[in-house]
Ligand binder design. Structure first.
Ligand code: ZN
Length: 464
């Protein structure tokens, strides 16, 4: 068998790994490249013939794991896509959103291009392409159920505890009847422990070959409960001094986790009189998917639901889908907790809320996710005195909080514990990590588990 790495190798995004067996070609994920200078890679042709791929085993719905599926279908893919049902529902949202952004982007570029006489730019894929590709999702996995895709090819999806519906994938390949079975495990993205709403990552079975993510291979996270306390302090102190709280937030998972935590504050009577706004159509849609997939919830969330509690519907919470309702939030000068995208403030409605609140000392901006270099979020976090918001200079006067324990990814120790349960694999391939994180993680694996580790380069290939 041959395993090759066509994304999330040398980098965190673009997850896409090809397994070639005697009879099949199987992709683990088919994700989008994201981030500075990497986006152009999405336009490159696949280094394999898309029409020869038999299966895509999709780990979860983040764009950097599913975003090139429409391109695969445009390239002639006619195989089967396997995922959990929740992943399908979320991937649908994520891909349609991406198609919208790309079409908008192409329109903007074309205004300039037509003035300079250049040929029209086309989006990489549009809404129709996404709808076409959704037809190929035809095999839905339930956690722990062994799916026999065909004789000699069995796959089991296990809960990865990363986002709703996320999975790590255990594949068993038997190339000849009565021949040996090879077990290949792909971690997808593994979740942090004790996250709200969803369960912790499951324990993997022994494997011969493991492909494991290493996003936070070089560090451990702060305890989740401490982060919740800090989050509460940020909100209470801000409301007390008569300000608003703006929380730039990712639409998928993070927004729902924060609603859950806010709901717990609310029902415990910890919050003063206030209004909570979820001001993101995408986050509102994703929240609806969450309510549909209660089967993915952890014990606490299930117990809450059994008592009739609903973290996505309570009196203090308002969904503002319509732009007019979003604008009306500007009328609240105090007592508002506003969750809006994008998480790194590079676009979306949060920019309007920053324009109205960032310059006011009594307000707070609470960052609960990663702020990449070069983004508005990073400029605010780093304390730049004046920042550019929607083409206007705005004073960075509000209190800035950065709370890191809400990470969706496992820290180093959780990754090591997970890996330890795969037994004694012949080779561990590290993917989905920056250089520094992968190097540190490789060192730790060698030191504590003594396993053979490889760090594949982009488009590199290995006989396994
Ligand atoms: Zn992910």
């Amino acid at each position: 068998m041959r395993l090759s790495f066509h994304g999330a190798a040398d980098t965190v995004t673009g997850s896409c790994h090809l397994l070639q067996t005697a009879h099949h070609k199987i992709l683990f994920d088919c994700g989008f490249f994201q981030g500075q200078g990497l986006g152009d890679r999405n336009a490159d042709p696949f280094p394999f013939d898309a029409s020869t791929i038999d299966y895509v085993l999709l780990s979860h719905a983040h764009l950097d794991h599913c975003g090139r599926i429409p391109l695969l279908v445009k390239g002639g893919f006619t195989g089967r896509i396997v995922s959990t049902m929740a992943t399908y529902d979320l991937a649908r949202l994520v891909l349609l959103d991406a198609a919208g952004i790309q079409s908008e982007d192409a329109r903007r570029r074309n205004r300039k291009r037509s003035r300079s006489g250049e040929p029209e730019a086309k989006p990489l894929f549009d809404t129709e392409d996404v709808l076409d590709s959704l037809d190929f999702f035809d095999t839905f996995a339930t956690y722990d159920e062994v799916l026999e895709l065909e004789p000699g090819l069995r796959v089991t999806y296990r809960d990865a505890g990363h986002i709703l519906g996320s999975a790590f994938i255990e594949l068993e390949v038997q190339e000849k009847p009565q021949g040996p079975t090879r077990r290949i495990t792909f971690s997808g993205d593994l979740g942090n422990l004790d996250k709200p709403l969803i369960r912790d990552p499951q324990t993997p079975s022994p494997a011969d070959i493991v492909i494991v993510e290493s996003t936070y291979g070089d560090r451990n996270h702060r305890n989740f409960d401490d982060s919740v306390e800090e989050f509460k302090e940020a909100i209470l102190t801000t409301l007390e001094r008569g300000g608003n709280v703006v929380i730039p937030t990712f639409a998928l998972e993070r927004a729902q986790e924060l609603l859950y935590v806010l709901y717990l504050f609310y029902t415990a009577g910890d919050l003063p009189r206030c209004r909570i706004f979820l001001d993101s159509p995408m986050a509102i849609d994703a929240t609806r998917v969450f309510t549909k997939h209660g089967d993915c919830f952890d014990e606490e969330a299930l117990a809450l639901a059994a008592e009739g509690g609903n973290p996505f519907r309570f009196p203090a919470l308002t969904y503002t889908r319509h732009p007019d309702d979003s604008r009306a939030i500007n009328g609240h000068k105090s007592g508002a907790i506003i969750l809006a995208g994008s998480g790194m403030c590079t676009g979306g409605r949060v920019q309007h809320h920053l324009r109205h609140n960032l310059w006011r000392q009594e307000c707070s901006i609470v960052f609960v996710g990663y702020a990449a270099e070069g983004t508005l979020a990073r400029q605010i976090v780093e304390g730049q005195a004046i920042v550019d918001v929607l083409g206007e200079p705005v004073a960075n006067n509000a209190q800035i909080w950065t709370i890191n324990g809400f990470s969706a990814h496992a820290g180093q120790q959780t990754l090591l514990d997970w890996l330890d349960h795969t037994g004694n694999p012949e080779t561990v391939f590290l993917v989905h990590g920056e250089d520094k994180a992968e190097e540190a993680f490789a060192h730790q694996i060698d030191e504590t588990l003594g396993l053979q580790v490889r760090r594949p380069d982009l488009d590199s290939s290995f006989e396994i």
